[in-house]
Design a protein around this ligand. Structure first.
Ligand code: 5AD
Ligand code: SF4
Ligand code: FES
Length: 358
């Protein structure tokens, strides 16, 4: 192990600040340094969150999308997908059932689908809050400040909108009909409005460099993210990126671990994409810095149509089966399912200091 690498890990344990060069260096461990990197991230995770793992139940309520992101199976030009929309009553029933089977956070996720006006979604949020004791995360894409304000007022607690890449050039290449600046604007608006903000990226995107991944990690810190979702890019045959290879599980784990070092207080999920590329992907994520898992709670008949990428896990399982399965996974690595809402430690105490969970 190189002395410089060891020194940087020690600095992370002591909550030091990192330069861009240092983040790049951390992302390139040699073979014998990798496990020490993962272990250090695991130690910091444990210091901040203990052994509790937070579950978020995802309801994929519409796979219609008006955008055309090059990597995604829900993109509007993909004609090879059966589209569906859940009606508000169905969404609410699924949320109530999710609470019944033990979820304390519900994520309402869809493509960018203006069928669901902000007014409709506000009513859905209010009805869920009336009928279930859950925190609500929205993951419905780019909307205006006023929309975000109304949804917050209706009771939404958190918002997930990934930056995907912090490189303006790469962002433009991958998102023909979107603007980098607007993506950032959304995240800033959400912070201003008092949402807990979830951002994140993909690892192994075509053309992506390690320097850009380091910038992603610094971006997460800069935007003061409460949650950071990091998943491998998975090549989808029904998209223009079909000829590119998928990202690597190990590279994703490195980015996850370094993100934990640089953003110790953030909630970090072991993503479904990680679990889809490797049958132990989520376990590996949970032992390399992650403290959250986001199982699917959508009714079985719709699951297989939310096909962002191929071989997505859990498309043939019922919500109850995933709930049971994930608890087994968590307990198999000596951890336990949290019974709390899993708020951001930042919003709990409002500070940036470490060890505040103790
Ligand atoms: N591989 C991995 N993740 C993907 N996403 C979209 N397409 C892919 C893909 N091909 C992720 C993005 C987006 C979310 C909807 O799914 O990060 O935020
Ligand atoms: Fe739509 Fe999101 Fe997929 Fe882009 S990543 S096509 S916005 S669902
Ligand atoms: Fe869905 Fe394991 S979490 S089957």
């Amino acid at each position: 192990m190189r002395a410089e690498y060891n020194d940087l890990l020690k600095k992370a344990i002591n909550d030091g600040e990192f330069t861009r060069e240092e983040v790049i260096f951390l992302l390139k461990p040699e073979d014998d340094e990798k496990d020490v990197l993962f272990h250090t991230a695991d130690v910091i995770r444990k210091e901040v969150f203990g052994d509790e793992v937070h579950l978020r139940g995802i309801i994929e309520f519409s796979n219609y999308c008006e955008r055309n992101c090059l990597y995604c199976g829900l993109r509007r030009d993909n004609k090879n997908l059966t589209r569906y929309r859940l009606m508000p009553e169905e969404i609410i029933d699924i949320a109530v059932n999710a609470e019944r089977i033990g979820y304390r956070t519900i994520v309402l996720q869809s493509g960018e689908d203006s069928f669901y006006t902000t007014e409709i979604l506000c009513q859905v949020v209010r009805d869920i809050k009336d009928r279930a004791d859950v925190a609500i995360t929205l993951s419905i894409g780019e909307r205006g400040f006023e929309d975000y304000r109304l949804l917050k007022e209706a009771g939404a607690d958190r918002y997930l909108i990934k930056q995907e890449t912090s490189s303006p050039e790469l962002y433009r290449k991958l998102h023909p009909d979107m603007r980098y600046e607007n993506r950032i604007r959304c995240q800033k608006d959400l912070k201003t409005l008092g949402y807990e903000l979830g951002t994140g990226n993909m690892v192994g995107l075509p053309w992506q460099t390690v320097e850009e991944l380091a910038d992603d990690i610094l971006f997460f810190r800069e935007i003061d993210a409460d949650m950071i979702g990091i998943g491998p890019f998975i090549s989808n045959p029904h998209t223009p990126l079909r000829n590119f290879s998928s990202g690597m599980v190990e590279d994703t784990l490195k980015v996850l671990a370094v993100t934990r070092l640089i953003n110790p207080l953030a909630n970090l999920p072991a993503t479904t994409a990680l679990g889809s590329l490797d049958s132990y992907g989520r376990q590996k994520g949970l032992t390399a810095g992650a403290n959250v898992v986001m199982p699917n709670v959508t009714t079985m008949k719709y699951r297989r149509f939310y096909e962002i990428y191929p071989s997505k896990i859990c498309t043939g399982e019922r919500p109850e089966a995933c709930r049971h399965c994930i608890e087994g996974i968590i307990e198999s690595i000596g951890r336990r399912v949290s019974s709390g809402y899993g708020e951001s430690p930042k919003s709990l105490r409002g500070g940036k200091e470490r060890c505040i969970m103790k």
